[in-house]
Design a protein around this ligand. Structure first.
Ligand code: CA
Length: 135
């Protein structure tokens, strides 16, 4: 799903974001966020939510390690908005970054860093699912 569609969708209601991560043994972990929405294209689809509400994966977006992905704009290799170097180019992915490491949900499998990253841990796959909540 494109970012513009997610922006349009989440502007009109109240949404929960669930990030799911599959580890190398096929086990799934998750993290939930309330009030999820994106800002518009002019604000580079900045990642917004009200709060982390729990999950088996822990909070990878604002984990208390100094790396804060929350409220970051989206970066691509030709539109770097990260606090590190050009994170998207360096890791061949578009994502929301603070500096480049720690959490990257769209990371390519580049040696020696395999997989997507959540709170500094590498996983096989990631997925972002959104669900409308009742007002
Ligand atoms: Ca940068």
């Amino acid at each position: 799903m494109g970012l513009e569609h997610i922006y349009q969708l989440t502007t009109g209601g109240s949404y929960i974001l669930r990030v799911t991560l599959e580890d190398w043994a096929g086990r799934e972990k998750y993290a939930d966020y309330s009030g999820f929405h994106l800002e518009n294209e002019q604000d580079d689809y900045r990642l917004r939510y009200d709060q982390y509400t729990g999950g088996t994966a822990g909070d990878g977006l604002e984990p208390g390690t100094g790396q804060i992905v929350r409220n970051q704009p989206f970066s691509t290799p030709d539109n770097d908005n990260s606090n590190g170097g050009n994170c998207a180019a360096g890791h061949r992915s578009g994502s929301w970054f603070d500096s480049c490491f720690h959490t990257n949900l769209n990371k390519m499998y580049t040696y020696p860093f395999w997989g997507v990253v959540w709170s500094g841990t590498y996983f096989k796959t990631s997925c972002m699912k959104i669900r409308c909540t009742e007002a």
